[in-house]
Design a protein around this ligand. Structure first.
Ligand SMILES: Cc1ncc(COP(=O)(O)O)c(C=O)c1O
Length: 386
């Protein structure tokens, strides 16, 4: 079966003589066992609400097919998934390598939380490739990549980084939220764990928070499972259901996000107010050749650096938008546009662009309406400039 067919079939119920199309929501904290022996053996699969029930298992099966892994586990959010993937493999005295373009709350987790427990973090240039070997120490246990970076969209050479990690006995964890498991397969490229904020494209409707962790092998998966178990991460059956429903339409939605994203990016590139578009499908974005080699498409999230403009004019731009929403997420069906500040976070290779950076999420609306909205925003900006 081809991938889209598998995504339609994964985790579906097969009860007879008739059954619903979808795996139902099974809300439960407590599962009862019929006999003493069943209780003591703990039921091999469904034991206690926090460990997940049938709705969770169906979603795990689907995401695992998508990511091509050994096993998938769920976490209470994308941030919990990334942080659990770090905690699973480190102890006091260890060292982790984290890409400089990482999602900022993960950076804070490393700089504040991991540091308190004696784990040191070094941030690396997203374009480092095989050069990462020079930063590795005997105590380096994890390399955390995010490709492309979700503010500035540099694409990383994951096979080269995976080679270095495997040579030196470290785990490569990849934040795969942008590729959504559909356009990028980190496990096939050598990663040990592919993590997603399922809050974004997997669920796809801006109405739940969830994380996924897909491991490449049994030993890695066991470490991930124990970290989640000991941290007490929980996913509601309702959120697992919503995400599984999102998974059914993922490929159709992503193709439309891609189409709208590329059309908007091309339009923006021609605007006199725009200095540079930040999109992996554009030659001007670092790692474009790697994107062409390793990805099969582009999702709807990208950025642009505007030519320098005074703060009141930038404010007018955002306040004039009627269709694009301003909010700190992406991956839903709706378009979003926000100002971002990569210069505030980077340490390994500072962001030195002079103009402001904006981030857009191309939703599923009609492209002509989206362009009218951005055109209106630029007109408002220019009116303040004059
Ligand atoms: C690339 C990336 N990873 C992880 C996360 C965290 O996901 P969540 O909000 O589900 O915790 C986000 C959220 O914006 C993100 O953009």
């Amino acid at each position: 079966m081809k991938e889209d067919t598998k995504l339609a079939a994964a985790g579906r119920p097969h009860r007879r003589p008739s059954h619903p199309v979808n795996t139902p929501v099974e809300r439960a904290s407590t599962y009862l066992f019929p006999t003493y022996d069943d209780l003591i053996e703990g039921g091999k699969n469904i034991v206690y609400g926090r460990l997940g029930g049938p709705t969770h298992r169906a979603l795990e099966e689907g995401v695992n097919i998508l990511e091509g892994g050994f096993e998938t586990r769920l976490a209470s959010s994308g941030l919990m998934a990334v942080n659990a993937a770090l905690l699973a493999f480190v102890r006091a005295g260890d060292h982790v390598l984290v890409v400089d373009t990482v999602y900022d709350p993960v950076r804070k987790f490393c700089d504040r939380f991991l540091k308190r427990f004696g784990v040191e973090t070094t941030y690396y240039d997203p374009m480092i490739g095989a050069g990462i070997e020079d930063l590795m120490r005997a105590e380096t246990k994890v390399i955390l990549a995010e490709s492309p970076g979700s503010l500035t969209f540099e694409v990383q050479d994951l096979p080269a980084i995976a080679d270095a990690a495997r040579k030196k006995g470290a785990k490569l964890v990849v934040d795969n939220t942008w590729g959504a498991g559909y356009f990028l397969k980190p496990i096939a490229l050598g990663a040990h764990v592919s993590v997603q904020s399922g809050t974004k494209y997997l669920s796809g409707h801006a109405d739940c928070l969830i994380g996924t962790l897909t491991s490449a092998d049994e030993a890695t998966s066991k470490q991930i499972f124990l970290a989640l178990l000991q941290l007490g991460s929980n996913v509601s059956a309702d959120d697992a259901y919503l995400t599984l429903r999102g998974l059914r339409t993922l490929s159709a939605r992503l193709r439309r996000h891609q189409e709208n994203g590329l059309a908007l990016a091309k339009w923006l590139q021609k605007r006199p107010e725009v200095d540079r578009v930040l999109h992996p499908a554009f030659k001007t974005t670092p790692g474009h050749a790697i994107w062409k080699r390793d990805f099969t498409g582009a999702s709807g999230l990208f950025g642009a650096v505007l030519k320098p403009v005074a703060p009141p004019a930038l404010k007018a731009f955002f306040n004039a938008m009627k269709l694009f929403g301003m909010g700190y997420s992406w991956g839903g069906y709706e378009s979003l546009c926000i100002p971002v500040r990569p210069e505030a976070y980077r340490t390994a290779n500072p962001w030195t662009e002079k103009g402001p950076t904006i981030r857009l999420h191309a939703g599923l609306e009609d492209i002509e309406d989206l362009i009218v909205d951005l055109d209106r925003a630029f007109a408002a900006m220019n009116a303040v400039k004059e």
